[in-house]
Every structure is written in structure tokens, then in C-alpha cells.
Ligand binder design. Structure first.
Ligand code: SF4
Length: 475
């Protein structure tokens, strides 16, 4: 336990929402132990990188950041450097051996030990390693259940983990190896945590799981699924919005869609990655569904949940992807009309089946070209669909002052959006700033208003739209 001057901790987070939640939980726990979280690395005495292994590029970035700290570490030998998350799990001892400036390596399933590891390192200056233990099943409950809303960056919106790990073993993906098998939390823990968060002012809950619709928990002679979680938390006082991410297209229980339709606080939004529009490639990826089944699910979702928005992920240039496969992906994108898509160029990840058994045979130049083409198509679709919202009312939860550029898809579009924002919105007086928030369908909307609106749900009329951003006026 730290008793003297508060040590400053800087946390940098890469990757998915699960990592964002882990960082928030670690930050809350460290604050409770007497540390202070700071925004700038140079003033920190403890630097934590919460890492992602899903793409090679993400790992390379962390290695470069660790490399940059070598000199800093020599000048400030008391500086503690910690690597947590998926890359910590994947590389383990190798990180400690290769980079002497790294003091702590801690896998994503061991974060409940992080504060004691840090105390030990500060006390004895020795390197420490803790990797996931498959026998430990409820270790993260310790962190999840102790979150203090006063310590959260956005006290009105919170992630709640419903499960962790993944059993799907898509051939390109490292997640099952670094996060372990699927483990669903007891439903009563999820309800209790959500209630506690709502009592402390949280209005929006996002239920998190790598394959969130696979949530299954057996208790009291019943198997509880995600639809049960949605209905159990729905009436908690103070909650206004409920979301869940990320969905896996196979085994999608229709009860979830019916819960979305019947429960007004559940937002009309589904993030459901397709990854490819070619059945041949889906098979090579071990995704275990067909394009037809995926489209049936989207059609059902649109039929049962009017106005639902769909977000997706695609990988281009996967092993063996031909021009015909890529055309099929574009065709799927045209049919679904996603709100937004995350599009990635395939890169083999060590330890996966694709890396071991399949040739990474699509040239980089083709991967880049397909990436650009697919992004352009997505932007065209999103731009067209967003124009249909101009003149309509939307309800947004105000998240904070607008940062520029707005969320990415391509740099050009982000820049165009930023330009549009600047031109369109010059704050008229010092009482108003440009604020940003999200609609129920997860679209980003910006408008001019008072910072007192942060954390509130407000109604806007959309007056202008780009592919990535809606521009509104308060009603
Ligand atoms: S469903 Fe597939 S892509 Fe998603 S985390 Fe699991 S293995 Fe990875």
C-alpha cells in the first residue's frame, strides 16, 4: 500500500473495448491503492501499456514505444514500465528478456494481481511476470466488482463484462490463445454490477464479450442467455441505454432480437462482423457460417428491430482471396449497408492456424488496393444513408467536447469531416463549445452547446451529414 506522495501512473491502451475496460478497472484499482493517474508519459513514474495482439502493426507500435523508453529508463532508473494485455500474454518472458526496461509483464487474466506486482517492483526493483492461469475462472470478478464510478473518465457510461475469452478459433485470430476459453459471468454479478453503476449515475451500459451473444450461464436449473441479461438489467432505475458488443453471426438466438424489439432501453444497434462476403473464404477462416445465413440474420434483425443500425468488420487479402472473393465482399457490403465498418488488411499472427498452415499469398499492394476500395464503398454507402437523416430528430448521449478529427475510417475522410466541422461550427460565444455524442444507433453527432450537457441525453435535429458524422442543432 502506498502511503507517502502519490506516484503518477500513465496508461496507454491499444485495441478493443475489452482492453479499454481492463485499463479502466486497473486505473480505478490503482487509484484506490493511492496512485494518481496522469495524462502525460513524461511526468509518470509508472508507465503501463495495455496491448493488443490482433494485428502485427499493433504489436510493432508497442515494441517501438518500449524501445523509446530505453533512454528514459536509463536517465530515470526509478521509472516502472509495465506491459499488460494480449501481447503480454503472447510474448511473456520474452518481453522481459529482450527489453530490460520492462519491469512487469501481466496477462489479461491476471490483472487482479497487478497492484501487488507493482508494489513489489517499486519495493524490490525486480522484473515480474504473471500469465493467465486456465484453472482460475473468476479472478477478474475481483476487479470488475470493485470499480468506483468516481474514478471513471466518463461516469455516465460504462462497460460491463458479461463474458471473456473465445472458443471460436477463427483461423486468423490470436484471441482464443491469449484470452483463453469462453467464460460467462454469473448473471447475478452482472445485474449487481449494473445496479451499482446505475445508482452512481451511469446512464448507458455496454455489455462486453468477444462473442457476446454466446453468453451462457447455468444456475438454478436454467441456462441464462444474453436475452435474459438484457431483460434482467432493463428495469434498473437510472439506466437509459443498454448496448452489447461484439456479436458473432453464428448461433444468434432470435430471443436477443425480440428482447431488442421489446425492451425500449436496448439500443437499435448491432456490431456483427462478417469478415468476408465469400463462402470459400469464410470456410478458410473457419467462421462457421455462410453469407446466406449472415444475410438471413441481418434481414431478421431489420424486420424485428425497425431502424436498427449495423456495424461490421472485414478482413481483406486473407490467404487465397481472389478478385472474385473480393467482389463478393463488396456485394455483401452493398446488401447490408453498414453504418460503419472496420476494415483490416490480413497479417498472419504467430500461433494461429492460418499462420502455420496457410500461405499469406495476396501481395501487399493488392491488400492495400482492396482496403482502399472497400473503405471508399463503405463511405459512399454511409454518406448516402446519413443524408436520409438530415431534417430528422435524433436523441444523443453527450459524451464530451468534440475532438478533431472525428472517428476514423480513412484519414482523408476524417480530415474532410474535421474541415466540415470547423467550417460549420464556430462556437458563437464562449459559453458554447462543440460537443459530441452518439445516437441510439451509435452514429456520431456533433453540435454546439454548453459543457453542462455532458452526460445528458439531448434531442437534436440533424442539419448536415458526412459519411462519419451527423451535424445537429439542439431542439
Ligand atoms: S470469434 Fe473469431 S475473430 Fe472473434 S475473437 Fe473469437 S476467434 Fe477471434
Amino acid at each position: 500500500m502506498i502511503t507517502s506522495m502519490k506516484k503518477k501512473v500513465y496508461i496507454e491502451t491499444m485495441g478493443c473495448q475489452m482492453n479499454k475496460l481492463d485499463s479502466e478497472l486497473v486505473a480505478c484499482h490503482l487509484k484506490a491503492c493511492g496512485y494518481e493517474i496522469c495524462d502525460a508519459l513524461p511526468e509518470a513514474e509508472v508507465v503501463i501499456f495495455n496491448t493488443c495482439s490482433v494485428r502485427q502493426h499493433a504489436e510493432e507500435k508497442v515494441i517501438s514505444k518500449i524501445g523509446q523508453l530505453k533512454k528514459e529508463h536509463q536517465q530515470r532508473p526509478q521509472l516502472v514500465v509495465a506491459v499488460i494485455g494480449c501481447m503480454a500474454q503472447r510474448l511473456g518472458q520474452q518481453l522481459l528478456d529482450d527489453y530490460r526496461q520492462v519491469d512487469i509483464v501481466c496477462g489479461p487474466g491476471q490483472l487482479h494481481h497487478f497492484s501487488s506486482m507493482l508494489a513489489e517492483v517499486l519495493d524490490r526493483r525486480r522484473q515480474m511476470l504473471s500469465l493467465n492461469d486456465p484453472q482460475e475462472t473468476d479472478n477478474l470478478e475481483i476487479l470488475d466488482s470493485k470499480r468506483d464510478t468516481e474514478e471513471m473518465d466518463r461516469p455516465f457510461s460504462a462497460f460491463v463484462r458479461v463474458m471473456r475469452g473465445c472458443n471460436k478459433y477463427c483461423h486468423y485470430c490470436v484471441v482464443p490463445y491469449v484470452r483463453g476459453p469462453e467464460q460467462s459471468r454469473p448473471i447475478r454479478h452482472i445485474v449487481a454490477e449494473t445496479r451499482r453503476l446505475a445508482e452512481n449515475g451511469v446512464k448507458e451500459i455496454t455489455l462486453l464479450g468477444q462473442t457476446v451473444n454466446s453468453y451462457r450461464f447455468k444456475e438454478g436449473g436454467k441456462t441464462w442467455g444474453l436475452a435474459d441479461v438484457l431483460s434482467q438489467i432493463h428495469d434498473i432505475e437510472g439506466l437509459e441505454r443498454i448496448r452489447f458488443v461484439t456479436s458473432y453471426p453464428r448461433d444468434f438466438d432470435e430471443r436477443i432480437l425480440r428482447a431488442m424489439a421489446d425492451l425500449p432501453r436496448v439500443c437499435e444497434y448491432l456490431h456483427i462482423p462478417a469478415q468476408s462476403g465469400s463462402n470459400r473464404i469464410l470456410k478458410a477462416m473457419n467462421r462457421n457460417y455462410s453469407v446466406e445465413a449472415y444475410l438471413d440474420l441481418i434481414e431478421k434483425a431489420r424486420e424485428l428491430v425497425p431502424g436498427i443500425t449495423i456495424a461490421g468488420d472485414f478482413i481483406v487479402g486473407y490467404c487465397g482471396e481472389t478478385d472474385a472473393d473480393f467482389l463478393a465482399t463488396k456485394e455483401l457490403m452493398r446488401k447490408v449497408r453498414y453504418k460503419n465498418c472496420f476494415i483490416f488488411k490480413y497479417s498472419p499472427r504467430p500461433g494461429t492456424r492460418a499462420a502455420a498452415k496457410m500461405a499469406d499469398d495476396v501481395p501487399e499492394v493488392i491488400k492495400k488496393q482492396r482496403n482502399t476500395e472497400l473503405l471508399a464503398l463503405q463511405n459512399e454507402i454511409a454518406f448516402e444513408d446519413n443524408q436520409k437523416l438530415v431534417g430528422l430528430p435524433v436523441e444523443i448521449l453527450v459524451e464530451g467536447a468534440s475532438k478533431k478529427p472525428h472517428l476514423d475510417s480513412t484519414e482523408e475522410v476524417a480530415e474532410a469531416d474535421a474541415e466540415c466541422t470547423i467550417n460549420y461550427y464556430e462556437a458563437k460565444n464562449s459559453d458554447t463549445i462543440q460537443l459530441t455524442g452518439r445516437t441510439r444507433g451509435d452514429q456520431i453527432a456533433v453540435f454546439n452547446g454548453s459543457s453542462k450537457l455532458i452526460g445528458q441525453i439531448v434531442k437534436l435535429k440533424i442539419v448536415k451529414a458526412s459519411a462519419l458524422t451527423l451535424f445537429g442543432e439542439m431542439q
